[in-house]
Design a protein around this ligand. Structure first.
Ligand SMILES: [Fe+2]
Ligand SMILES: [Fe+2]
Length: 326
């Protein structure tokens, strides 16, 4: 755990006047840019959060990649392919934004491949049917939007700006997922059952995407003060539930939570207890697909080595030519 104003990288105490000016700038809603002074703990928090986010975009391609070759029509295949390519783009924007904090892409990749860095636990679940493509777009991208829209106002400029375009694309992803669910829910009984099973599989893991409850969230208070976060995990989870329940009703599908009910007094839906033990197990590496996902990334990295080598050789050649000409 880091806290603001302890020590910098060399173990020196951070100057109080710089810390005060930094916080004042954030309080004035001004962006912090890469060359600005920032406390070491702010930098580390952002590197952790942004790299986890980038890794999630990249690993998040895998559950849906499974269905690109199995999509039911050419049209569905084109849409899914475009969606998965968007996710690759999101990963690349966010890796670039993270590099502005002084960490290299190679280092970030290494941390993912050695299991040191985390990514969103939702991507460690399997996608056994086409309806999972619908449920993921609708719920997982839907939850991502809830998380990411407030990040457009994050205090760190490069992260906030990368979120603007990403959120526009996420909204297309959410709608394409909901549209898949709409078609299935209005189809044959077998299709409707397939949609219901996908909702049953995805509902609880998508609620876990908002992270531990506020009582157990280690990073929340400081991140709120720094305006990296604008809402707590539980607030965002509640917003997501309130927005999603009517969408499920419209589809004629049942959310797999017997305790879910509208609360007149609070103006929100009450929901059943989340199985936090499951979340922590998946984070620890014991989810249904953790090993498979990581292995797929390791294989992709190894198989791509010749591309990186060729790019470096080409760059070297360009540099030599440039030097000869000079
Ligand atoms: Fe994305
Ligand atoms: Fe997405």
């Amino acid at each position: 755990m880091y806290s603001q104003g302890l020590t910098d990288a060399k173990g020196q105490e951070e100057p109080a006047d710089l810390l005060a000016e930094f916080q004042a700038k954030i309080d004035r809603e001004e962006k912090i840019e890469p060359r600005d002074w920032m406390p070491m703990a702010y930098r580390k928090t952002l590197i952790r959060q942004m790299s986890q986010h980038a890794h999630s975009e990249i690993v998040g391609q895998l559950p849906e990649g499974n269905w690109i070759t199995r999509a039911p029509t050419l049209n569905r295949k084109m849409i899914l392919l475009a969606k998965v390519q968007d996710e690759a783009g999101h990963g690349l924007y966010i890796y670039s934004a993270t590099e502005t904090l002084g960490v290299s892409r190679d280092q970030l990749t290494d941390e993912l491949l050695t299991g040191k860095a985390k990514y969103s636990s939702i991507f460690n679940y399997p996608t056994p049917s086409w309806a999972d493509m619908g449920a993921i777009g609708w719920l997982v991208d839907g939850a991502a939007i809830m998380n990411q829209v407030p990040l457009c106002r994050c205090s760190y400029g490069p992260y906030a700006r990368s979120m603007v375009r990403i959120c526009k694309e996420e909204s297309f992803h959410q709608r394409q997922g909901y549209e898949i669910m709409t078609v299935l829910a209005r189809g044959t009984q077998a299709q409707k059952d397939m949609a219901q099973r996908a909702l049953n599989r995805t509902w609880w893991p998508s609620l876990m995407m908002f992270g531990p409850s506020d009582k157990n969230s280690t990073h929340s208070a400081q991140s709120m003060k720094w305006k990296i976060k604008r809402f707590s995990n539980d607030e965002l989870r509640q917003k997501f539930i309130d927005a999603t329940v009517p969408q499920a009703e419209h589809l004629g599908l049942t959310i797999p939570d017997p305790d879910l009910k509208w609360n007149e007094e609070t103006g929100h839906y009450d929901h059943g207890e989340i199985n936090w033990d499951e979340l922590f197990q998946v984070i620890k590496g014991n989810g249904p697909c953790n090993k498979e996902r990581l292995q797929a990334r390791i294989d992709a990295h190894e198989n791509g080595e010749w591309v990186r080598e060729a790019a470096q050789t080409y760059q070297q050649k360009q540099n030599n030519q440039h030097n000869e000409a000079a």
